[in-house]
Design a protein around this ligand. Structure first.
Ligand code: APR
Length: 259
């Protein structure tokens, strides 16, 4: 890791009040949650068209639910990793720290993050296909596939944004507002290709924020990043956290040792 770049970023962070973080599947990889487009990514093994579209659900809801039941079984036992924990800890260091995630695994909240925008939904939530009521469901494995609404008996669907579906307009609006108001934006563990989330880092840059990308490898966004730190989020974030807290303490701020 380039020490000079870390020192410069630490200085910028020490003066920042509003920070936004965009995360993707990469931040959960070290917790054991498969990514989508990585080497053993889900879309390398399964066809999104047959599992993650409204048409696929229309055609075969049981098949879609079998797949989500499998993913829920995978995610249920995993724990947040140091990357998630550092971001949760940063809530106490900045006036405003928002996590905008594409992940549906709920690990940011499990790590203690309070200000989380789940752009693509949550795998632990289901939605009634008749009245669109959203409720929590944590049973794994599901007792019945496909599951049905306990109130009206209609099919339940995962409360997840599928390909070809629009994101919740109010969540997207909030994500852009947080992005355009921040002084520093982190872009962590995302291939930065899926819209509209992939537009957020560019919007942050246009609004004058410093944009910091952390990824195992460069992405289409990397040429526009002010800082690019190649590597694992679960290793780079704790290092940045230590340097930031050291610098804040040196500046007389109360910044106890992080996670
Ligand atoms: N630390 C940092 N980055 C990592 C790590 C890690 N430990 N492991 C993998 N990565 C990076 C990969 O290099 C890749 O760029 O994380 C990125 C994961 O990219 P994707 O698998 O494409 O996931 P994501 O960007 O979150 O996908 C966006 O696409 O499939 C849809 O709705 C789904 O939310 C998802 C969206």
């Amino acid at each position: 890791m380039d020490d000079k770049r870390i020192a410069l970023l630490t200085e910028i962070l020490a003066g920042a009040r509003r920070v936004a973080v965009l995360t993707g599947a990469g931040i959960s990889a070290e917790s054991g949650v498969p990514t989508f487009r990585g080497k053993d990514g889900l879309w390398k093994q399964y066809r999104a068209e047959t599992l993650a579209t409204p048409e696929a659900f229309e055609r075969d809801p049981a098949l879609v639910w079998e797949w989500y039941d499998w993913r829920r079984g995978l995610i249920a036992p995993v724990e947040p990793n140091p990357g998630h924990r550092v971001l949760a800890g940063w809530q106490d260091l900045f006036e405003d720290l928002a996590v905008i995630t594409q992940n549906v695994d709920g690990l940011h909240e499990k790590a203690g993050s309070r200000n989380v925008v789940e752009l693509h939904g949550n795998i632990w939530k289901v939605r009634c296909t008749r009245d669109h009521t959203v409720s929590e469901s944590r049973l794994t494995p599901l007792p019945e596939i496909p599951p049905r609404c306990p109130d009206c008996g209609a099919l339940l669907r995962p409360h997840i944004v599928w390909f070809g579906e629009a994101l919740d307009a109010s969540l997207l609006e909030r994500a852009f507002a947080l992005t355009e108001a921040c002084q520093v934006m982190f872009v962590i563990g995302t291939s930065a290709v899926v819209q509209p989330a992939a537009s957020l880092p560019y919007a942050a840059g246009r609004a004058g924020a410093k944009v910091v990308e952390i990824n195992l490898e460069p992405t289409p966004f990397t040429p526009r990043a002010d800082f690019f730190f190649p590597g694992k989020a679960g290793e780079i974030l704790p290092l940045l956290d230590r340097r930031l807290r050291d610098s804040l303490r040196a500046g007389g701020r109360d910044a106890p040792q992080g996670h």
